[in-house]
Design a protein around this ligand. Structure first.
Ligand SMILES: C[S@@+](CC[C@H](N)C(=O)[O-])C[C@H]1O[C@@H](n2cnc3c(N)ncnc32)[C@H](O)[C@@H]1O
Length: 263
């Protein structure tokens, strides 16, 4: 078969190759959250498959969307912790936002703004598409944005912030963030709280004198989320990642007075 003009098939669009972990042959399964809302946040992508030529690549843990039930429970716990300002004065910041599942869930609350920071450009692009769908469906109660950047190079916006972490990176990146905060946040107005889900690097937060811990414990997945995540993880080809019915979580508040970096 030939094409008109007989030359190259220049106009034929190539389907972009899916990131490893997002193809059915890699065990990909859609999470009920995506089936219900018509968005695309499912999949498990190992950190080694998310490399994009950045310094922080080797500390990338993986992509996996947060269980909606765990996310919502963390917001409930945070709101009980007596934040110093009403929720509509807080900017929600997801460091390691992936395809934006936590951002979509956060935008259901009346935050001042919802902001995602994602290292991998393909995930950030998918996340932006999800946000457009969320807005079009009238589900976004706050403005949502996605920035493609290393979280360690991102400066928090002015005013109160809730920083969300779903085990996005290893200790070196978290330490770079805390170092930058300790240097830059002195005298800053507005509370900064951290919600940390699957808090593998919690020790780094405990060691930071500028932070106090408000909560640490297990937050259970709903039955539906537990079933979905167990199924998805059982389907991964190399069985690299494990899942439990709960996530180890913690909530921290920046109170300053860091002496760790004073010269
Ligand atoms: C476990 S996923 C969490 C996704 C999302 N927060 C959620 O809860 O649905 C972690 C994400 O962090 C991203 N990430 C890892 N290191 C990063 C860095 N240094 N800066 C920004 N994003 C990073 C990964 O690419 C991945 O998408």
């Amino acid at each position: 078969m030939s094409t008109k003009g007989g030359g190259k098939t220049g106009s034929a669009k190539k389907t972009p190759r899916l990131l490893p972990g997002l193809a059915v042959k890699d065990g990909f399964m859609r999470h009920p959250f995506d089936l219900e809302f018509g968005v695309r946040t499912s999949g498990l992508i190992a950190g080694r498959n998310l490399k994009c030529g950045r310094r922080a690549d080797r500390h990338n843990t993986a992509y996996f969307g947060v269980a909606p039930s765990v996310f919502r429970e963390m917001i409930v716990r945070w709101r009980r912790s007596k934040p110093a300002a009403p929720i509509d004065q807080f900017t929600f910041v997801d460091l390691g936002a992936g395809m934006g599942r936590a951002l979509l869930l956060a935008a259901e609350f009346p935050f001042r703004a919802v902001l995602g920071v994602e290292l991998n450009p393909t995930l950030a692009r998918i996340g932006r598409r999800n946000m457009a769908l969320w807005r079009a469906a009238g589900r976004a109660r706050s403005p949502i944005h996605m920035i493609c950047r290393d979280a360690a190079e991102f400066q928090l916006p002015p005013g109160p912030c809730v920083v969300f972490l779903f085990n996005p990176f290893g200790a070196p990146v978290l330490r770079r963030i805390l170092t930058a905060w300790a240097r830059s946040l002195a005298g800053r107005e507005g509370q900064i709280d951290i919600l940390y889900v699957n808090n593998e690097q919690q020790r780094e937060l405990e060691r930071e004198p500028g932070l106090i811990r408000l909560f640490a414990g297990e937050v259970r997945r709903s039955r539906a989320d537990a079933i979905a995540d167990h199924r998805i993880l059982a389907n991964q080809p190399d069985g690299e990642y494990a899942v439990t019915n709960w996530e180890d979580c913690s909530i921290h508040r920046w109170v300053g007075k860091s002496t760790r970096f004073s010269a």
